[in-house]
Each structure stands twice: as structure tokens, then as C-alpha cells.
Design a binder for this molecule. Sequence first.
Ligand code: ASP
Length: 466
Amino acid sequence: MNRTFIKDLAEHVGESVLIKGWVSVRRDQGKMVFFDFRDMTGEVQGLVTPKSAAMEVAKQTDRESAVAVTATVQARPEKNAQADKMNGGIELLIEAIEIVSPSGVLPFEISEDTSGINEEVRLAYRYLDLRSERMQRNIRLRSQLVQKCREYLFAQHFTEIETPLLTESTPEGSRDFVVPSRLHPGKFYALPQSPQQYKQLLMVGGFERYFQIARAVRDEDLRADRGFEHTQVDIEMSFVTQEDIMHTVEEMVTTAVEAMGFTIKEKPFPRFTYAEAMEKFGADKFDLRTPEDKEKGILAYAWVHRFPFFEKTSDGAWTFTHNPFSMPIPEHIEQLLAKKDVGEILTTQYDLVCNGYEAGGGSIRAHKPEILKAVYEIMGYSEEGTQERIGHMLTAFGFGAPPHGGIALGVERLVMNLTGESHLREVQAFPMTRGGQTSVMKAPKPLTHEQLDELGIQIKPPKKHE
Ligand code: ASP
């Protein structure tokens, strides 16, 4: 017999079916045993009556075991059907249960909200946590959102292109995660903080409209809404203005979230200059929702633009606020080239804000070598230092580089907005613990002596803490 998905059972009333899935609940009432079964499509109640051949197995079937159940679909009495939240109209009269794979004692209750469970236990058994209703909903919603963005971008003639993971450092204001090279002992790759340089090189490469559901890896302090790894809807476009990119992103986000049934507070998205945002909200990310909007799950998107290009580091040098590859606003190009009143230069950076979070950011890029060079000079790099860091970009821009710009939207932040979750770990399948330990597996771990030898690496004894 072929498997029937639980969502389709109502079409089979009176027939014998085979379902496969897990046991959510077992209620042993002595003479009768009741079950709730679930598969990826839904839940259904089943019952084993006193004379059923399935009775013996039913008594031994523990919760969360994987099962294959042969049963007759029957309509439920009207009053039960209405009271029941799941698959109201039908139930299964069980003929046989095969325990495909039994479950041991559960380390925590997954039929309830798991967000309050001790993080280490929860992530050690993440695969069980993922079975919980909330995690299933969040991870599926994430997949749907990414699918909607992809559909929109393909319809707009974007090309999806992957960029390298083992690469050279791209500055996004964080530390790099580095990977030692066996072939070149003593040398290291960096994992990308973003595909920034490669996506710009794809513009020089003539693709004009690029996107990637890209992984970005940044060694920064862990917070509720920030992990070592995140995913971006990464976009870059050629021969466009800031308005064109903002329009494309706004349309993509609107199309995606509205297709998923969400409501946006204000369209087009309101815009604030950085100065206005600071004056009005005291921050460059803010929440425009009323308490009532919050209850209804409304999404309040807004743009922030006209950010300062540079800020001072703790030792008094200039550094970029967002992205060194950005173009200043057109009125400030001369000022940048002359390195005059550096603190007042504004960048073409635009950030997308939603419900108090920064959901994304991007800019028009400096596609002329002299502008990018000037940025690095302002940041104190010598001619050689600049060449060493971004010489390849300056060279590439000498071969008919189109004007271009783009954005990256944080997938986790977007999904946090949709689900109302306030922790990244609720919207990633396998997040890290607060202490930077992987889910289920135990990285970071020491290497074996053989591996260290092969890489030419010697580990210093850990620093003694006073
Ligand atoms: N690379 C930037 C980031 O990851 C986004 C962009 O400017 O496109 O934040």
C-alpha cells in the first residue's frame, strides 16, 4: 500500500490507508488506546479498539517513535469533530502499527514551547527540538520566505551565483574566521564576512543582476540577534541608482511577505536620514509599531539613509561606518577626493529597518579607482597597504567597471520579524550556543597532532588569567 499524507486523509473516508510519521501523544485508557500521529503535513487522531490486532503493539509504542500505521479512515461524531483542533472531521481506526524506529525517553518535553529549556540541553538534542511545533513552523517559514525572494529575483532577470567560501578577508567590521592552508603552511584563508568583493567583481564580469542566498561568517560578540554565522539575501546590480535598488528591494520584500499573508504598516516604506533617525529615535534602528500593531504581527519597515561615511576609532584614526566600498553621496565626492572635513562626508549607504531590527543594508559602490583609493587613504593606508588589501579591486575597476550597487538582507532578522521571535536560535536549524559551541556536535575542538603537523601549526599554551 502506498503512503497517504495526513493532510489528504479526509479524501479517503471509509478506505484503508497507510500513514507514516511519529507518535505525538499516546493515551492508554486500558481497553482503548488513543494516539495523535503527525507527519510533515499535519496531525490526526487514531484509536485502537479492544479487539484490534494492533492492541499489543499499541501498548508498547512510546511517544516520538517513528511508526507506520494501517487504518481505516472514519468520520468523527459531529461534536468531537468541532472540538478538535486537528483534522477535525476524521480519525483513524487502527488495524496495525509497525514501530519503524522506537524512541527512548525524551530529554525534554517537545509537545510544549521549548524556548525556555536549558540552551545546552536543547541544542545537544536539537533534532528533537526541531520536531516541536514552533520550530517546525519557524524553519518552514524561513524556507518559504527565501523561496519567495528567489521567485521575485528570477522574475526580474537576476542570476544566482555562488562565491568562494575559502577566500581573502573582506572587511565588514568584524574579525575573520581563518582556515589554515595545508598546501601553503603558515598561510591562511578567511571565511567571507560577506560576498562583497566577489559580487562587485561579478558586476565587472558583466552579470548585471546577481543574487545569492549567501552564508556570512563573522567573529563578533554573540548576542540574541547575532551569531557567528548568518545567511543573507545578497544582491548586486549594475547601471542603477540608489533609487532603483531601494525600489527593487522594497518590491521584493513586499511581494514576499504579503504573499505569505503578512501586513506591512506603511508603503512605500518611510525614509529617515540618519540625522533624523538619531534625533527622533536616538538610534538608527527603531520600532514604528503601536502596541496594537505588535499584537497583530504587523511589519513596520523603514529606510535609513545618508549615514556618515567615517567615524573615529579609539586610537583617533578614521574608519568606515558601514562599508569601505561605498560611494559617497554625489555632492560629497569632491570632498572625499580632497579628504576635507572627513567627519561630514555622507555615504550612499541605506539600511532597511523593521520592528526595531536592522534587517539589511547596502550602498552604491565606488566603481572608480580614485574614489576607493581615497577612502583607503583617509583610513590611513599607505599606497602599498592599499594595493595589498584591494589592489585587485582597483585593477578590476580599470576595465570598464559599470556603476553598481547592492544590498544584503539578513535572512534570520527577516524571519525573526515574521515570527516575532527575539533570538536568532529560534530561526536557525542548528544555531550555536551562547558560548560559541555548535549544536549537537562539539566544535570547536582541538586538532590531532598529525593534523597540526601537516598544517605546520604549533599551539601556544593558553594565556594564564590572573
Ligand atoms: N556587504 C554588506 C553586508 O554584508 C551588504 C552590502 O553592502 O551589500 O552588510
